[in-house]
Design a protein around this ligand. Structure first.
Ligand code: CS2
Length: 500
């Protein structure tokens, strides 16, 4: 293919691309939108949109195309890339042995930048073809108070949405107005399917939405309570931030110009409760697992995979590692994480049907170590203020209650304090900290020299952890050692050997 010119990825060019890269075999123009998806990040494109793409290869499933929705100003980039590319993008699967498979995904047939066009987005959700509204709005997007678990009304966007139902800004405003429209038009509601890493993600979505609607429109609240299903689900596929090198790779290897391809690991998993308001796609044909109760699956995944990531990522970032696989190449980090899984998480997990826990943990180690994924620690540590209360604190709290081991989780919190305080790694290189509460975290961590517990006083993140004597004493020891002699290797070794 030497001397070939670059081909812009778009619908018109699919037939020329199809000679050298896998392309959708279905007629995209006749696909109907059965799913409206809010939050078209990398994960949605490597996971749900990939499943739907495979489904669409069977003409019987032509009702299950996706319309993506971007609610935030920051969604401008995805809106313009997808517009230019007619919703098409390349999915590059990176195997541990260096093998790569690239395919063009066609399931996103429409995209609405709701930040600019809220009415179009509401109409799309309220359209009779739409059967499901799915969400990847991140752990922080659910707008609950970590301490009380209640809906947080006290934000300017929520105040705005309560007053302006036809030009909402938040997911809650959009869902409410679209559901109202469906009810008024005599249509069945859509299912609301959360695909975020929150335990009981469906129930949490339901609780948050109902709190909002109750305030805006109590009669609609009753209808939603009765008619709308919110299945819980567990989703899994590691999807790093797309490196520029992948854009170049597609140019070189396939003469393809794709401004935002997605890179992911081969592993993919989706477990969903079979509880839908208005029909569902036959995803079981693709290995999606429909179950009556997703609780044990999500608990296992969030407590092992997601928090395992943070257990590597926070100390790893401080030590100066850039990626999760680099952490895994360091035997001390790898065994620290495994010990956290074995000693602090496994004793709390319920038996999961058909899953061998040891094999599951082994597979996580292999997935984290995949040298071709290069998942940045900055992505893993991003929004830790929303992630850790969901991924790590429940494990710590349960162990405190039952007298279990707490040293691994406690050290990660101490390391997070140091990380938030200093903003540089131990080689003095600036850390890329992405957290909407970055400033607040820094302010509290920054008092540590005077008050070793200052970071924990951020009760909206840590709840009443501060009141637990056993935890406080260990945490203080770690903080003191870290601040006196910042050396992650030394500390990990000491924790392993129980020298604290
Ligand atoms: C990661 C997840 O963001 C994180 O902290 O743990 O994005 C993780 O890669 C996915 O949940 C994998 O399914």
């Amino acid at each position: 293919m030497k001397l070939m010119e670059l081909i812009q990825l778009n619908q018109e060019n699919l037939s020329s691309l199809a000679t050298h890269i896998s392309c959708p075999n279905y007629e995209r123009s006749s696909i109907k939108t059965g799913v409206v998806h809010i939050g078209v990040g990398g994960f949605h494109r490597s996971h749900q949109a990939y499943y739907m793409h495979q489904l669409l290869e069977d003409p019987q499933n032509a009702n299950w195309g996706i319309c993506g929705i971007g609610l935030r100003e920051g969604d401008q980039k995805i809106a313009s890339v997808l517009k230019q590319q007619d919703g098409l993008y390349t999915l590059i699967t990176q195997h541990p042995d260096g093998k790569e498979t690239s395919e063009i995904i066609g399931s996103i047939t429409d995209f609405i930048f709701a930040y600019e066009s809220p009415v179009l987005a509401i109409d799309k959700m309220a359209h009779s073809d739409t059967k499901i509204v799915s969400l990847t709005i991140t752990e922080g997007g659910y707008n609950f108070d970590t301490n009380t678990g209640n809906f947080n009304f006290d934000t300017p966007d929520i105040e705005h949405d309560l007053q302006h139902p036809n030009t909402p800004k938040t997911v809650f405003g959009f869902l409410t107005t679209a559901l109202r429209k469906r009810r008024d038009n005599g249509l069945a509601p859509f299912t609301i399917l959360s695909c975020d890493n929150i335990q009981h993600n469906g129930e949490v979505t339901r609780k948050m939405l109902l709190s909002f609607v109750q305030e805006q429109d109590p009669s609609l609240c009753k209808w939603i309570e009765k008619e709308v299903c919110f299945p819980n689900s567990m989703v899994d596929r590691i999807t790093p931030v797309t490196p520029d090198a992948s854009i170049d790779f597609l140019k070189k290897e396939y003469h393809l110009k794709d401004d935002w391809p997605i890179v992911c690991e081969p592993f993919i998993q989706w477990v969903i409760e079979d509880d839908f308001s208005n029909g569902r796609p036959p995803l079981e044909k693709l290995g999606v697992h429909f179950v009556a109760d997703v609780t044990p699956y999500e608990k296992m995944k969030i407590r092992l995979l997601n928090s395992g990531h943070s257990v590597l990522g926070i100390p790893g970032a401080l030590h100066g590692y850039q990626t999760i696989n680099a952490c895994m190449e360091d035997p001390l980090f790898a065994s620290f994480m495994r010990a956290f899984m074995d000693k602090e998480v496994s004793p709390l997990l319920d038996k999961v049907d058909g899953i061998d826990l040891t094999a599951y943990k082994n597979s996580l180690e292999e997935r984290f170590a995949n040298p071709n994924i290069k998942d940045g620690v900055s992505r893993i540590c991003s929004e830790s203020s929303a992630k850790l209360p969901k991924f790590l604190l429940p494990t710590l709290l349960e162990n405190l209650q039952r007298g279990g081991s707490i040293k691994y989780a406690s050290f990660v919190l101490a390391a997070w304090c140091y990380y938030s305080d200093k903003g540089v790694d131990l080689n003095n290189s600036r850390l890329e900290i992405i957290d909407y509460r970055k400033e607040e975290l820094h302010q509290s961590a920054n008092q540590t020299q005077q008050d070793p517990l200052s970071f924990l006083r951020l009760t909206s993140v840590f709840g009443d952890l501060l009141e637990n004597k056993r935890f406080i004493s260990l945490y203080t020891t770690y903080i003191k050692t870290l601040y006196n002699e910042p050396n992650i290797h030394k500390q990990l070794t000491a924790i392993h050997q129980d020298n604290f």
